[in-house]
Design a binder for this molecule. Structure first.
Ligand SMILES: [Zn+2]
Length: 120
């Protein structure tokens, strides 16, 4: 089953929307370093011991959040590049077509289910 232009256009809209959401969330917890790289924010609450402890706790939360968001953003950007290159919906590992249902659920998927299972 091949993806038609209409589905690709729809996926692209979803990906662009997702990208905006991710950038929005990242701007809360992280500082932009480069296009694909963000660093978690280190908050400044004060110099007292409990304030320092609170800073570390927030930083750790930001760090794990930032990592998750960064990976999602990376995948969304990769999928958008594939749309531009005209090979969206093709597995990047085995070149088999990715099930359109899978792309509907995960527009940023760049591998087919078979390859995905191999990785896990
Ligand atoms: Zn594959």
């Amino acid at each position: 089953m091949k993806l038609d232009a209409k589905s690709i256009a729809t996926r692209k809209q979803e990906l662009l929307k997702r990208k905006e959401e991710l950038l929005q969330q990242l701007s809360v917890d992280a500082v932009k370093v480069t296009e694909d790289d963000y660093d978690a924010k280190f908050p400044d609450f004060g110099d007292k011991d409990d304030e320092n402890a609170a800073e570390v706790a927030v930083f750790e939360k930001n760090l794990s959040m930032e990592k998750t968001l960064e990976v999602s953003l990376f995948n969304v950007n990769k999928a958008l590049k594939k749309i531009e290159a005209g090979n969206y919906g093709t597995c990047e590992k085995c070149s088999a077509p990715i099930n359109p249902k899978r792309l509907e659920a995960f527009p940023s998927a760049t591998t087919c289910m078979t390859c995905k299972r191999k990785v896990l």
